[in-house]
Design a binder for this molecule. Structure first.
Ligand code: SD4
Length: 280
């Protein structure tokens, strides 16, 4: 079979390793980038164990004890974007629920969305009336397939114990994710209330369009944010990006592990981005 494109996959944080491993197998089997991201993301969202990383089933609930999820997927092909926000069980709102039922989806009771870990954390939150862990994770996945299609997806249960209805950066195009099939794609993780003010995923892709490598683009976007708000005041943010050559990049304001695979590698590699100060 003629290889048309350098296949590659990348994911946020160390816990994305099994997802990126699965993506590499699906890409090598010739599957399309969107099917790869959608399938692997859905498996991840359904797994109560990965939920403690603030993703889908087993994710942290809002301050009323209800798990509300944000997720999005974007293809590099112009205008191909889909997202859900503040999703409870399956979809929120009568129209959305009817639509989902028409498509054959079933809804999940909130009790099935909580894991033992997050139910306990929620009880502690109610007792102390303050978040017990301010953890930030969220899965972001980018796949580049054999035919040169690139797709990015993100999924999160959002900030633990958030206000009901709070929507973070993840489902917003340009903020939590962005893709352009002529250049590449990017995804963000971290403090979504702040991230969404800077459209960092769009910015990374635009810099790649102007000739930057994925790593240069991620670092330039982070440096721009740091310059604007002050190096020492930077909120938690991690950026990953992949270009159409299968090259990867990342930048972050905190120690940020991410996982990566391309055709030149025998197995998925974990890389760690260390935060850089503007003053060094
Ligand atoms: C949010 N950005 O809802 C998500 C959470 C996250 O690392 O990415 N945490 O704010």
């Amino acid at each position: 079979m003629q290889i048309l494109s350098q296949m590659a996959a990348v994911g946020t944080w160390s816990f994305s390793r099994p997802a990126v491993e699965r993506m590499s197998c699906m890409l090598l089997a010739g599957q399309n980038a969107t099917d790869v991201v959608e399938t692997v993301m859905a498996e991840f969202e359904d797994d109560a164990d990965t939920g403690r990383h603030i993703v889908g089933r087993g994710g942290y609930p809002n301050c009323k004890g209800v798990v509300e999820c944000d997720a999005a997927i974007m293809e590099g092909v112009p205008g191909r974007f889909g997202a859900v926000a503040a999703l409870r069980g399956l979809l929120v709102g009568d129209g959305a629920e009817a639509f989902a039922q028409d498509l054959g989806f079933t809804s999940e009771a909130n009790d099935n969305m909580l894991s033992h870990h997050t139910a306990t954390a929620y009880r502690e939150f109610l007792e102390k009336n303050q978040p017990v862990s301010g953890g930030h994770d969220t899965i972001g996945l980018i796949a580049l397939d054999l035919s040169g299609n690139i797709t990015v997806g993100v999924s999160t249960s959002g900030a633990p114990f958030k206000s009901p209805g709070r929507v973070g950066d993840s489902p917003l195009p340009g903020c939590g994710l962005y893709a352009d099939h002529t250049v590449g794609a990017a995804a963000a993780t971290g403090d979504g209330d702040k991230i969404m003010c800077y459209c960092p995923s769009f910015h990374v892709v635009q810099l790649m369009k102007q000739g930057s490598s994925p790593s240069e683009a991620c670092h330039a976007v982070l440096a721009d944010i740091q310059r604007r708000i002050g190096d020492d005041k930077c909120f938690e943010i991690g950026l990953i990006s992949l270009n159409m050559k299968g090259e990867v990049g990342a930048a972050s304001s905190v120690e940020f592990p991410y996982t990566f695979w391309n055709q030149g590698l025998d197995s998925v590699k974990e890389l760690i981005n260390q935060p850089k100060s503007l003053n060094v």
